[in-house]
Design a protein around this ligand. Structure first.
Ligand SMILES: [Zn+2]
Length: 445
């Protein structure tokens, strides 16, 4: 049994509780005592500031970290950015991928992320030739998460076409398995190789309706259901995706997924930027989670997703750093409300507690026992500095976390009861900036 005395802690709602003793046994929260004034158990660690649950990065492509501040020249769109991204993908091999993902996940840990959903699609060697171990790249991601001290859901991604009705070409050949049956065969082998390691779960992903033809989607969705695994899919990030899908299939991407049986409470759609009312009704009725990535959507000029309308339709919300242009889940949470304000010229679409809960949505990654500071939950704790230049003077509560703090205010991170970050220092990765610089240098030019 260990214990943490939190100067203040967010236990839900708008306000924070003071002097909260959190007792931990076997990596889980054994008890929570707000306003605690009794004797402290031996070895109690004090966490100053505001303690919030571990944050969940529900949508990550670790290798995109190499593009930060390297794609900002000249005009362009998502599609021109994608060409640059393919350049980095082309330079990856299992060792470089491990180094880059380890450093990126360490950056996430320093930002308070305790679970990462890695949407993983660079599976094979150049030209699409499988490595001797066809899961060498997935294995590198698993090793990277362990080395960085974060929990991982590896969302192994089926990616079969280079656009609606188009074959894979160039770098895209590295992403493909041929068909959904061969994708499933490879993922089954990965699961068998991994066994049942603590802190790792294998989930499924359909890249998008651009990347998987409608007749192949049911096999991936069926695999996820049969393995009790989460299913994620990029949805309507771009108007061009909607147009191509409508032209080829006479249906929106959401309708294609619905007809393929791919929507449901264990499915998460990523972005959902350009979804019409009928799409939102389908998503909400199926209790599908919508994962928005506001800092990426603004960086790539995608558009503003209808976060409040998706919530009102019945979708739970989650957040992701996606392209890693920013790694800050608090900024993602703030972005949801901020973008709604810009689009509507109205304030107050989301309560701060609602936004913080979205930043701690681990359930959409298959971890339903993480994301709250409550008895029985896994002991993931993140301490935020309430005395920094950003936060000093604010009322301590959910609004301080979402509307004032940034990743730079994360001082301490505990995952499964184990400290991973202390006083802003990563305990497993010595020099995270150096690790990032070296790993990025190896895949850029
Ligand atoms: Zn993505």
């Amino acid at each position: 049994m260990t214990a943490y005395l939190c100067e203040s802690a967010w236990l839900g709602g708008a306000d924070a509780a003071g002097d909260v003793l959190v007792e931990v046994a076997d990596g889980r929260i054994a008890s929570v005592h707000p306003a605690y004034d009794g004797p402290l158990p031996d070895g109690t660690t004090t966490l100053r500031g505001l303690v919030v649950p571990g944050l969940a990065n529900a949508h990550s492509h670790a290798f995109h970290r190499a593009l930060r501040a390297r794609t900002e020249q000249g005009k362009g769109t998502f599609w021109t950015w994608r060409e640059r991204m393919y350049g980095v993908a082309e330079a990856l091999d299992p060792d470089r991928y491990l180094a880059l993902a380890r450093a990126t996940f360490a950056e996430m840990a320093l930002a308070g992320v305790t679970t990462v959903g890695e949407f993983h699609y660079v599976h094979h060697g150049p030209g699409g030739v499988p490595y001797d171990d066809p899961n060498a790249m997935g294995g590198a991601v698993v090793a990277a998460a362990a080395a960085a001290g974060v929990r991982l859901t590896l969302l192994d991604t089926c990616y079969l076409t280079g656009g609606v009705g188009r074959t894979l070409e160039g770098t895209q050949l590295r992403f493909g398995d041929g068909d959904a049956a061969r994708w499933a065969e490879r993922v089954d082998a990965l699961r068998a190789d991994l066994g049942d390691p603590a802190g790792v779960r294998v989930g499924a992903a359909v890249h998008s309706v651009r990347g998987v033809p409608p007749d192949q989607v049911p096999a991936v969705a069926g695999w996820a259901l049969a393995h009790d695994a989460p299913l994620h899919v990029h949805l309507s990030e771009q108007v061009a995706e909607n147009e191509a899908c409508l032209a080829a299939f006479g249906r929106t991407p959401t309708e294609v997924l619905h007809d393929a049986g791919a929507l449901g409470p264990t499915t998460t759609v990523v972005h959902a930027t350009h979804v019409a009312e009928h799409d939102r009704t389908l998503l909400g009725a199926a209790e599908t989670t919508a994962c928005l990535c506001p800092t990426t959507e603004r960086d790539l000029a995608d558009g503003i997703g209808p976060a409040a309308a998706l919530r009102d339709a019945g979708c739970a919300l989650a957040l992701g750093s996606d392209s890693q242009s920013v790694v800050d889940l608090l900024e993602e949470a703030r972005g949801i409300e901020a973008h709604e304000r810009l689009a509507s010229q109205q304030r107050g679409h989301f309560a701060a507690g609602e936004l913080l809960a979205a930043a701690a949505n681990h359930a959409c990654l298959g971890w339903s026992d993480v994301g709250r500071i409550a008895t029985g939950q896994r002991a993931d704790l993140v301490a935020l500095d309430t005395r920094s230049v950003r936060t000093a003077g604010g009322a301590v509560g959910a609004a301080l976390a979402v509307f004032a703090a940034t990743a730079a205010d994360v001082t301490d991170v505990v995952v499964d009861g184990r400290p991973v970050v202390r006083d802003r220092r990563h305990l497993l990765v010595d020099d995270v900036p150096r690790a990032l610089a070296d790993a990025v240098a190896a895949v850029t030019w």
